[in-house]
Ligand binder design. Structure first.
Ligand code: LLP
Length: 428
């Protein structure tokens, strides 16, 4: 069974995270509960910075894509590890600033940033924006002028690469809401326009080709495409940002390439392509989200009812569900499940794990091998550190779970559980 690196099993069959008994923590803090390993997050941050240092002879920046999990704790950890922050909204920006980020190390993204958000970001001293359209360049130039700022701006290009888990295609497809198309002359024109603007500094090029990518090739192809474009512009572009998307494992059947291998391949491609284009080595930037926090998190639930429907399926119901993990309902995402106190018991059946929301699609997964679950058991779902808390909702007026972190041999809450009072806080 797939177990993330931060987890192990004690001789008496109990699930441990960094040596701590997971079920004990679940009973102390209550369920549902997000439990995260600080050591795992720190080593993921270092994997990116160390790999880039070793594999890339130029300067490099790793920015944490905070959409994967945004709270003060995680952002201040990323900051202390020397990462920059990638934010896509005023709320993510507010959180990064509250976590002590130097605004010059914040990259502001988004396909439709509002004027209010841009004004807030400029007033806060955000030093880097990724422009998604020519219209946004004009808006940024105007608002930067008003704010008396001159931020760096990279152009988000649409390189026409579609990356899926195990394959990629170069479609040249321009049907995406993100970025500036390269197959028309719009991207070249945008670069010229940006280079001529008074209140922004055209700093480089950006692309993000997908998420949960398991192989190097699409990153290599994206790097080559950006460098070729940089050569075509004839402009001095300092930065090349290959985005995020480095895939992680959720189940036994998934076999992503090592992240360091994917990143090193992309770094190599940048070196080669810069040489071919006769360009100086750019500063290489990347923006991982999922791979920084995903494997570090597990979600713990208490099993409630178990319904055997003979010849159909067995439903194991838990005290959370789509309100804390919508990824199966939304994308058919697959996870690995286990009973935290009976890890050595072999699977009894392949079950459907159901949430508590009034929605038949509220499932954590189907066909999940699990030992014979009984009411009161603590059930663990692995690799839920990314896009679970950040996509959680209060559907059915369910309070969002806390985040507890295992660090230095103890467990500590870094986000508290919502109360019923929190739920009515905005009601007038
Ligand atoms: N940079 C940009 C511009 C992005 O749009 C994203 C993710 C990232 C970086 C980080 O990608 P990562 O390393 O996390 O794959 N909610 C979906 C994932 C959406 C990803 C959106 N963009 C999920 O739960 O699978």
């Amino acid at each position: 069974m797939y177990l993330p690196q931060c987890c192990s099993v004690s001789p008496n069959g109990r699930l441990l995270m960094d040596g701590l008994d997971v079920a004990d923590i679940a009973r102390e803090y209550g369920t549902p509960l997000y439990l995260m390993s600080e050591e795992s997050i720190v080593s993921a941050c270092r994997l990116f910075t160390d790999t880039l240092k070793a594999a890339y002879p130029g300067q490099s920046v790793t920015a944490y894509a905070s959409k994967a999990l945004s709270c003060k704790y995680i952002l201040s950890l990323a900051r202390r590890e020397g990462l920059w922050a990638d934010v896509v909204s005023g709320g993510e920006l507010y959180t990064a600033l509250a976590a002590g980020f130097d605004p010059r190390n914040i990259i502001y993204h988004g396909n439709n940033k509002t004027e209010g958000e841009l004004t807030y970001a400029l007033a806060s001293g955000v030093g880097y924006f990724v422009a998604d359209s020519t219209r946004e360049l004009y808006l940024l130039d105007e608002l930067s002028g008003k704010a008396g700022a001159r931020p760096d701006v990279a152009l988000r290009l649409k390189p026409g690469i579609e990356a899926h888990t195990h394959e990629y295609v170069q479609t040249g497809k321009i049907d995406s809401k993100f970025g500036i198309p390269m197959e028309t002359d719009e991207a070249l024109r945008a670069a010229e326009i940006a280079a001529g603007m008074k209140n922004i500094s055209l700093a480089g090029l950006h692309c993000h080709i997908g998420s949960q990518i398991f192989i190097s090739e699409p990153f290599v192809c994206a790097a080559q495409t950006l460098l070729r474009f940089a050569g075509q512009t004839g402009l001095p572009l300092r930065d090349v940002n290959i985005g995020g998307g480095f895939g992680i494992r959720y189940t036994d059947s998934q076999t992503p390439e090592d992240i360091s291998a994917m990143l090193a391949a992309a770094a190599n491609a940048v070196v080669l392509a810069a040489g071919e284009q006769g360009l100086p080595l750019p500063r290489l930037m990347c923006e991982p989200g999922r791979s920084v926090v995903g494997p570090a998190g597990i979600t713990l639930y208490t099993v409630g009812g178990v319904k055997h429907i003979p010849g159909v399926r067995t439903y194991v119901s838990v005290d959370g569900g789509m309100t804390d993990n919508i990824r199966h309902a939304l994308y058919g995402a697959e996870y690995t499940a286990a009973l935290a106190e009976r890890m050595r018991e072999p699977p009894d059946a392949a079950v459907t794990i159901a949430g508590r929301a009034c929605e038949s699609g509220d499932l954590i997964g189907t066909n999940m091998p699990l030992a014979n679950a009984k009411p009161g058991d603590i059930l663990a779902i692995f690799a839920t550190g990314a896009y679970n808390y950040s996509m959680a909702s209060n559907y059915n007026r369910v309070p969002r779970p806390p985040i507890v972190v295992a660090r230095g041999g103890r467990a500590e809450a870094v986000v508290r559980r919502e109360t019923y009072e929190d739920l009515t806080r905005c009601d007038l």
